[in-house]
Every structure is written in C-alpha cells, then in structure tokens.
Write a protein that binds this ligand. Structure first.
Ligand SMILES: Cc1cc2nc3c(=O)[nH]c(=O)nc-3n(C[C@H](O)[C@H](O)[C@H](O)COP(=O)(O)OP(=O)(O)OC[C@H]3O[C@@H](n4cnc5c(N)ncnc54)[C@H](O)[C@@H]3O)c2cc1C
Length: 474
C-alpha cells in the first residue's frame, strides 16, 4: 500500500490547478481522474473579468471576478483568447445600457488601481481602454467599413459586428469591454503537459474513486479502473465537480448544494470574415428572450448559448440535494448525455434553436449550420442561491478540502486557501504572492507541443480540430 501525502479526486480545472500549485511546491500529489483526459468536465469559454454578463449579481461579486480573472490569466496565459466582448441590450429588453455604466466605471477604476500597484496585473490591456461605448452613428459608420484582419483597437474589433448587426434591434450605446475568452482545449493541453513534467505528481487517468474512509491518520481511498486498489492520503482534496456530493457522502459529510445541467452549441458560419469579438445580447434568464451569447472560434466555428429553457437551460436542469445525501440527483436523461452523449436529433434541434435565437440580431447568421457536438455538462453550485458566481473551497473535516468553484477563475483563490489549510496558517512561500504563481513547468510548455495536443484533445472529444486553436495568438 503506497502512501500519498495529497490525493486529489477529479482532474477538472479545479483539481489540476491545485495539483500544479502543490506539485510546484514539492508536495507529493496523486491526481485521480475517471476520464481519459484532464479538464474534460463542463465547458468554459469566457473569462468573467468583471462579471458584465450578469446584471443580477452585486458589485462585490463583480470585483471578485475581476481580480480572480486577472490571477487566472496570469497563471494560464496560453489559454486566454485576447479578444473583447461586446454587450448589447436589445430594444425589446426592459433594461437600459446606461444602467451598466456605473459598475463598468467601478471596475475600470479598480483595475487601474491594481495595475498601479502591480504592473503585472495589466493583462486586460490599458486600464483606460477597459471599456468603450459606441453610439448608433459610430456603429453606422463602422458598418460601412472594411473588416481588418488583425484588429488593433476597439473600433476595429467592432467592425464585423457592425456590418452584420440589425441596428434597430439593439439599444445604444453598445459596450465593448475587455472580458476575454478562454480556450478549454488549450488549458487541458498546457496543464497536462506541465503536470506530466512534475516528478512528484502522479496522474491516474481512467481511474474512479469508489470509496473514501477517514482513518485516525488521514484517509483510505479505493479506486477502480486503470489503477484498481487502495491508497492512503494524509490530505484529501475533493475536486469532483458536480459529483462533489458523492465524496461527501462517502465521508458522512452533509451539505446543501445544487447542480445545474446546461449546454452550449457548436455552429459553423461558413465565410465568416476576420476576427470577431464575443457578443452578448442581454435578456431575462429563463424566458424566451434569455441572454444570447456568441463566442467565436477559429475556422468559422461559433459556440452559442441562449439562456432559455429551449436552448441552454432545461426546466428540470437545476436540482438540489436533500434527505440523507449531499449529492443532488439529476434526472436520468441528463446523466445519459453526460455518460453516453447526445442523440443527433436533439443536438441538431437545440443547435438550430440557438442559431435562430442569435439570428434575431444577426440576420445573416440564420444560414449557419450545426458545427459539432454541444459543449455541455453539469456544474456545482454550493448552498441554495442559484445566482451565486463566486465560490471556492470549504474544509468540512481536518485534512479534507472540498472545492466547489462556479467560475473557473476562482481556482487561484481556491488553491491558495488549500495551501493555507495544509500549511496550518501559511508558509513562507505564501508571503510572496507573485512567486507563488510562477510555475516553471507551466512556463516551460512549448507552444508547438501545446497546440498539437490541444487540437488532438478537441478532435478526440468529437469537436473540430480548429476549436483547439486560439483566435488571437498574442
Ligand atoms: C454550458 C456551461 C458553460 C460554462 N461556461 C463557463 C464560462 O464561460 N466561464 C466559466 O468560468 N465557467 C463556465 N462554466 C462553469 C465551469 O464549467 C465550471 O465551473 C468548471 O468546469 C468546474 O470545474 P471543476 O474542476 O470544479 O469540475 P469538473 O470540470 O466537473 O471536474 C471534476 C472532475 O472530477 C472527475 N470525477 C468526478 N468524480 C470522480 C471520481 N469518483 N473519481 C475520479 N474522478 C472523478 C470528473 O470526471 C471531472 O473531470 C460553464 C458551465 C457550463 C455547464
């Protein structure tokens, strides 16, 4: 029986980020993942560097998202697509774009202060460029301009949208904000390569944790799959994503939480010119006019969200825990999708609806076709507030950390808290925050190897290889 000081259950973005930090600090880590590849859980495409997609959350959550997103972009620069996001409020919506301005200004001022204190925080560009407003006259002028191959400023980024937007369907000003994209395939590739370069980190893929018991010293962990057997842990990290409650149940820990199944769709817009920004059309969540999200990838692929029950959300997709179990139970048809995939009919039907949802604002987009499988999954939300967007980690037993992130940018705060718990209040390494996140194995990843692996991961999961590429390579 081998003794592993730290065992991490789950190789999603939470588990790999904890493994990278602890591995870099020389700890002995075993990362156990039931899937064949790392970071294979629910998708992510948007770095919420300010939380501007969510009108309903408070300033404190937006500021946390800004700070955490900056940390995330510094840790995983190779996964960040440095293209801005345009926020449009539809004419049919009861909100006004001007209602968003106070918070944008608060975010801009906060970002400026952060950059003044530590220039390394300036990963979102110049603070005065954090957001730009475009009135209707400017958009009309840009609609008559030629798109440029490599946009260098806010106006040039806006051209492709101005050329395709039905100008009467949105209110003015339009807002362009430096909230970037994240390429999950590149993150999976880069984090995997870095972890493989750490001799003190063992990665067990295709291995499922089936049992955990608390012992007088540490934990016993049973597994099936490629590694079938028992191992011991001095410290256990539960990063099992929406299955976090299963590990809690094994340990007899009771906790309230929710799980939500959601899906985004892959479309292909043949002939789409140049680089696009990401585009958000605000709308009331859960209604037929729910938010529409247009996320460009290379090769003309576009990922689509529509926050309606017919597209991204499902009427039975949000469930809570109850009774004797800490694990919320999703209806069987969701578990079938997660474990076996989608029927072609449902994929096509929901993708078509997503295309129609976005084509209300971008009429040419109606000609778009289905481009690949949906990007989907179940995500955990601790507690009982489904609008929560910032959550990280809890320590329900000595030596037991349970990660429950809602947005991927929370992983640096999460890993830092785990380190603090492990080292009982903080180690010397923690006092130098900047050095803490310098992970040589991540910095040493070669672009060629990374991009080759990212394309292979995308293709291996059934997506077009081009989705493993970054839109903006700078
Ligand atoms: C449609 C959709 C869109 C999203 N878009 C964004 C976005 O744009 N930006 C953003 O920040 N967030 C987004 N999210 C949320 C984001 O996907 C999640 O917050 C994040 O992926 C959670 O990461 P995780 O590591 O906690 O969990 P996961 O990625 O689920 O990782 C958990 C891992 O644990 C493994 N596992 C579970 N049980 C066991 C076991 N018993 N043994 C071994 N392994 C086990 C699983 O296989 C899995 O790989 C989105 C979510 C959805 C559903």
């Amino acid at each position: 029986m081998k003794r592993n000081r730290i065992v991490i259950v789950g190789g999603g973005v939470a588990g790999v980020s904890a493994a990278l930090l602890l591995g870099k600090l020389g700890k002995e880590v075993m990362l156990i993942e039931r899937q064949p590849t790392l970071v294979a859980g629910p998708p992510f495409c948007h770095l919420h560097a300010g939380g501007n997609l969510y009108r309903e959350i408070d300033d404190a959550q937006c500021l946390s998202l800004l700070r955490q997103s900056i940390d995330f972009a510094r840790l995983y620069p190779f996964a960040i697509d440095r293209r801005p996001t345009v926020i449009a409020v539809p004419t049919e919506d009861s909100g006004k774009p001007t209602e968003l301005l106070r918070r944008l200004e608060l975010l801009r001022e906060t970002y400026a202060r952060m950059v003044a204190e530590d220039p390394g925080c300036g990963v979102l560009g110049e603070p005065e460029e954090y957001y730009h407003l475009f009135d209707r006259g400017e958009i009309e002028t840009l609609a008559r301009s030629e798109a440029v191959e490599r946009p260098r400023n806010a106006r040039e980024w806006m051209i492709p949208l101005a050329r395709h937007l039905d100008l009467k369907r949105v209110q003015y000003p339009l807002i362009l904000v430096q909230e970037y994209g994240i390429n999950l395939f590149r993150l999976a590739a880069g984090a995997g390569l870095a972890l493989e370069a750490m001799p003190n980190v063992t990665i067990l893929r295709e291995t499922k944790v089936t049992g955990v018991q608390k012992r007088s010293q540490g934990f016993a962990v049973q597994c099936t799959g490629v590694f079938g057997g028992e191992t011991e842990a001095d410290y256990l990290i539960n990063a099992a994503g929406f299955r976090t409650g299963e590990i809690d149940d094994m340990l007899g820990v009771r906790e309230r939480r929710m799980v939500e199944f959601k899906a985004a769709y892959t479309s292909h817009w043949a002939g789409r010119e140049s680089l696009w920004p990401e585009v958000i059309f605000h709308g009331e969540r859960g209604t037929p006019r729910g938010m529409g999200q247009f996320t460009p990838y290379p090769g003309g692929y576009v990922q689509l969200h529509g926050m309606t029950q017919e597209i991204t959300l499902y009427s039975d997709g949000l469930v809570g825990s109850g009774g004797e179990s800490s694990q919320p139970k999703l209806p069987e048809h969701f578990m079938e999708k997660i474990e076996k995939g989608w029927s072609a009919e449902e994929r096509d039907e929901r993708t078509r609806r997503a295309i129609t949802h976005l084509a209300r604002f971008l009429p040419d987009f109606a000609r778009t076709t289905v481009g690949g499988p949906p990007l989907f999954g179940a995500q955990q939300i601790p507690g009982e507030d489904p609008t929560l967007r910032v959550a990280e980690v809890a320590f329900p037993l000595p030596g037991y950390a349970r990660c429950e992130i809602v947005k991927v940018s929370s992983v640096t705060d999460m890993a830092r808290e785990i380190l603090r718990d492990l080292d009982r209040g903080g180690s010397a390494q923690m006092r130098n925050e900047a050095a803490l996140w310098q992970i040589p194995q991540l910095e040493d990843v070669k672009e060629e190897e990374l991009s080759e692996r990212a394309r292979r991961i995308a293709a291996g999961r059934g997506y077009p290889e081009a989705m493993g590429d970054r839109c903006v390579d700078r």
